[in-house]
Design a protein around this ligand. Structure first.
Ligand code: NAD
Length: 379
């Protein structure tokens, strides 16, 4: 196996999820490349050293520019807040590094377009971590749709519900709370949660043509961790939108951090002329499937336990009936990225593919502001 030296930036939630992916991938997938945890980077030298020791990184950096300059790094993994993605990715591309960037690709469409141009000019492999595509039940849904099992698609319905920002005393900004600070996050639930729903939807159902959205910021001011003062909140706390897809189907999307009792309830349902499917992140190894062509008396919703060797990715894991979890979607994404490097058939979504989601997010925010239907720019 050829080594592929990883330089990881950020040691938070995603820093851990990706590191786990790099460490596990060669145990379960036969690949030409082996990721090597070469260096971890973050601003706090002591904390990044502790992270590096825990996960087995060989070295640390506290300035991402130094990491990018290093000759012994092949790929830069961007696991930092959204406002840093463009600058880091553009510099990494100019240095000829492969780039694995967390979602959303960028703060907005124009910034994302520049990132696409940078990786295309540098001809470096690139990918965005929309990991839900690689939950086996979601990949299986894609197979069923591509095989035509659902027939013509009429409806797409997605939700991503949380409840962790209801307390008005919760500050915005800084470590752990950058998601509430529009300067770091770019937007609220639209870029953070709906971006996932939109990426999955585009992958399963094609491009979004137009949207009509509403957003709300329920808590208008919050103390800012970095300034110590109460400051205006610039993110959308909740967003709901209607959409028309290029294939003629109609959709509803909803996301909020104010749905008491829900922690990460990502669900989607697709209704086609022959069949419907439903998926729920809280029960992520199951795909609910209804096929109108089944025999009448026994026709009904089937709950498919997506754990058989013939199901996507599952042949790499245990025996039928034994399920896997959230973290495995990142292992799968690493495996697909490395296979893409090996074969020259890049793993999706690459930056260009992820720009489609960015343009939908832009259209959603613009529609919410202007109170009108907005057409989505084509990537
Ligand atoms: N794919 C997914 O499901 C998923 C889930 C969560 C987060 N994300 C995305 O991952 C990214 C990171 O989110 P997170 O939840 O891991 O955040 P986090 O707050 O847990 O971690 C962020 C890390 O970035 C570091 N950092 C911040 N600014 C930096 C800088 N200038 N230089 C070096 N390091 C810096 C922090 O020290 C921290 O280690 C975001 O873009 C987020 O949208 C994706």
């Amino acid at each position: 196996m050829k080594p592929l030296n990883i330089g990881m930036i950020g040691y938070g939630f995603m820093g851990r999820a990706h590191s786990n992916g790099y460490r596990k991938v060669n145990n379960f997938f036969d690949l030409a490349y082996r990721p090597v945890l070469k260096a971890a980077c973050a601003r706090d030298a002591a904390k990044v050293k502790a992270f590096a020791d825990k996960w087995g990184y060989e070295s640390v950096e506290s300035d991402w520019r130094k990491l990018i300059d290093r000759k012994d790094i092949d790929a830069i993994d961007i696991c930092t807040p959204n406002n840093t993605h463009a600058e880091i990715a553009t510099a990494a591309a100019a240095a000829g590094k492969m780039i694995l960037c967390e979602k959303p690709l960028s703060m907005n469409g124009p910034e994302g377009k520049k990132m696409v141009e940078a990786v295309q000019k540098a001809k470096v492999p690139n990918m965005v971590w929309y990991n839900y595509r690689r939950v086996p039940a979601v990949t299986f849904a894609k197979q069923l749709i591509d095989e035509g099992k659902l027939g013509k698609i009429f409806h797409y319905r997605a939700k991503f519900l949380q409840d962790w920002t209801i307390n008005p005393e919760l500050p915005q900004g800084g470590t752990g709370l950058w998601r509430l600070d529009v300067a770091a996050a770019g937007s609220g639930v639209t870029g953070d949660l709906l971006a996932h729903c939109i990426d999955t939807a585009i992958w399963l159902n094609g491009d979004v043509k137009s949207v009509s959205a509403m957003t709300e910021t329920f808590v208008k001011e919050r103390p800012h961790t970095l300034t110590g003062k109460k400051e205006k909140v610039g993110i959308d706390d909740a967003c709901a939108f209607l959409a028309r897809f290029d294939n003629g189907s109609l959709a509803t999307f909803e996301s909020t951090r104010y749905a008491r009792g829900h922690k990460a309830l990502y669900t989607f349902e697709i209704n086609g002329e022959h069949a419907s499917i439903f998926w729920d992140l809280h029960d992520l190894h199951r795909l609910q499937y209804f096929d109108h062509r089944d025999d009448g008396p026994t026709r009904g919703w089937r709950s498919i336990h997506v754990t058989d060797g013939e199901h996507p990715y599952m042949g790499h894991w245990w025996v039928p009936g034994l399920q896997i979890g959230y973290e495995h979607s990142f292992v799968h994404q690493v495996a697909d990225f490395l296979k893409g490097v090996e074969t020259g058939q890049p793993a999706m979504p690459d930056f260009r593919d992820a720009l489609r989601t960015q343009y939908v997010c832009d259209a959603v925010l613009s529609s919410a502001q202007g109170g009108k239907w907005v057409n989505v720019e084509k990537a």
